[in-house]
Design a binder for this molecule. Structure first.
Ligand code: HEM
Length: 499
């Protein structure tokens, strides 16, 4: 049959026509002026293992050899790293030519792990942004009180010196209570099981995120299925959280319908789902969409937990290591605020702790990630000002650590820790400080994260003497963002009650 077909003149003509068309398309295909691909020795694996084990060195060497932009081959994918001015260009074009929310890391979160949150991510983020901008002041004393309680429980009075082996874990437990309080509200946060569920959820999602993407060598979809499997099919986190928030929501709705405007509604994110038309335009009190609420809360909790507790832990570890140079001035500032406010500092008082703010900012700069979350190019071809072009779908990493350690942008001796180099608040993204991103996607939680770190340091300064377990401890071994393994360093802190 095939033989007869192939002998047919018209079929032969068709095949020749197809071949000629393919050759023509290939010859006339627009060649892009792509950034050079960094040399790699092993086909298929490309730069994957170097990226996972020593990303810092890989990027440093590639900068030197390949200049302004270069492309790496990681987990079966070409990924372009851009530097300097191209970084600000990408931030400016976010939402048009690039889209952070389309990055596989963010999609894993919104599409596979918390699928009901995907209704309108931008609307939820706007609410989060407004909540932290407008409602943080009302919550300051609640945050302060939770820090005092957590420190009493996890660290104690420390009449005798006490070693806290993992400041990250201490801050994660503290942050969990604070975030739960602000996000699901005081009542829900008082249940130990909901805190445990959030913590389990965090660790499960964290593992999915940092799981080496070996299956991506075959296809990224396969990796996502395996990474999200346990959370989607085994964990019953959603029903556990719903069991706790359902009675709270029902009570709130009842109070609202009974008391109307005279009801004093709680100031937390959960309440926004119940009465903010922007976040829940189709809200029906008789048909509450619990899945959407729980998954959106899941995204908020995951986006904030690890990174925020790490940030406060960096500041604590840096303070312990640099006590000689900074303790006295920071202690004085904390003491002045404490005196002025009779031991009850307000949001404004914490905002006035400028020296502590600069110290936190420097800790963040000094512990900067090597690269940003990669975001894909979402237009057919994008041409950078330096002439390089990338095709649709190409993930782009921003070389953040080069900015953080640039002498031109951050002053003399950028490799040294110097909190006095800063002259603007830690919450303000500027050209030399991109830890919270920049532009329309700049982190909506940054005001909250910095306030929390400030209150935490304020409490430590006034109540403890601290010492680094190992003076030269490196907080963590740096890795590329969200891909591969992240090894936390050993950086224990010894706490002792202050005289
Ligand atoms: C020190 C702590 C934190 C750091 C360093 C941090 C850093 C970042 C960065 C770099 C981005 C991406 C911006 C971009 O690349 O365009 C981001 C986005 C985001 N962050 Fe944070 N963040 C922190 C704390 C928080 C907190 C406390 C929350 C919420 C409770 C939060 C929620 C988010 C969300 C929802 C986004 C996505 C924004 C969007 O897509 O428009 N973050 N953060």
């Amino acid at each position: 049959m095939i033989k007869i077909l192939l002998e047919n003149f018209y079929v032969q003509l068709l095949i020749i026509g197809l071949i000629l068309t393919l050759v023509y398309l290939q010859l006339t295909k627009k060649r892009l002026n792509e950034p050079p691909i960094v040399y790699y020795r092993y086909p298929i694996f490309g730069h994957t293992f170097q990226f996972m084990t020593n990303c810092e060195k890989l990027i440093e060497e590639s900068r030197e050899k390949y200049g302004d932009a270069f492309t790496l081959y990681i987990f079966g994918k070409l990924m372009t790293v851009v530097r300097k001015d191209a970084i600000y260009d990408v931030y400016k074009k976010e939402g048009h030519d690039f889209n952070f929310q389309e990055s596989p890391e963010v999609l894993l979160l919104t599409k596979y792990l918390f699928p009901y949150a995907a209704i309108d991510v931008n609307r939820s983020i706007k609410i989060l942004r407004d909540f932290f901008k407008l409602k943080l002041a009302n919550n300051t004393s609640k945050i302060h009180q939770t820090i005092i309680e957590s420190m009493n429980e996890f660290v104690g009075e420390c009449v005798e010196p006490k070693l806290i082996k993992s400041p990250n874990e201490l801050l994660l437990n503290t942050y969990l209570r604070i975030a739960a309080n602000l996000i699901v509200g005081e009542e829900c946060a008082s249940y130990v099981d909901i805190l445990e569920t959030f913590k389990d959820l965090f660790y499960s999602v964290y593992k999915s995120f940092f799981m080496p993407k070996l299956l991506s060598f075959i296809h990224p979809w396969l990796h996502d299925q395996v990474a999200s499997f346990s959370l989607r099919f085994i964990s019953n986190h959603r029903s556990k959280i719903i069991n706790r928030i359902r009675p709270v929501i029902e009570r709130r709705l009842l109070n609202k319908s009974k008391l109307g405007d005279s009801w004093d509604a709680p100031v937390d994110c959960l309440q926004l789902f119940l009465d903010d038309p922007e976040i829940a335009p189709d809200f029906n009190p008789n048909h509450v969409n619990y899945n959407m609420i729980v998954d959106t809360i899941g995204v908020f909790m995951f986006a904030s937990m690890g990174i925020t507790s790490n940030a406060a832990a960096y500041a604590l570890v840096e303070l312990a290591k640099r006590k000689k140079d900074y303790w006295q001035e920071l202690y004085q500032e904390a003491q002045e605020i404490n005196k002025k406010s009779n031991g009850k500092p307000t949001y404004k008082d914490f905002n006035n702790m400028v020296k502590v703010d600069m110290f936190i900012k420097e800790s963040l700069r000094f512990n900067s990630n090597v690269l940003s979350v990669p975001r894909p190019c979402v237009r057919e071809t994008y041409t950078f000002a330096n002439g390089f072009q990338i095709p649709y779908g190409r993930p782009v990493f921003l070389d953040i650590s080069e900015i953080s350690f640039s002498e031109e942008l951050n002053g003399q001796n950028p490799q040294e820790f110097d909190a006095h180099r800063h002259n603007s608040p830690a919450t303000k993204p500027d050209n030399g400080f991109l830890i919270f991103g920049s532009g329309i996607r700049a982190c909506p939680g940054r005001f909250f994260a910095i306030l929390l770190a400030k209150i935490f340091l304020y409490h430590v300064l006034l109540n403890y003497n601290i010492k680094a377990e190992l003076e030269n401890a490196k907080h963590k071994q740096y890795a590329g963002f969200f891909i591969g393994l992240l090894k936390p360093g050993k950086a224990g802190i010894v706490f002792e009650k202050s005289a």
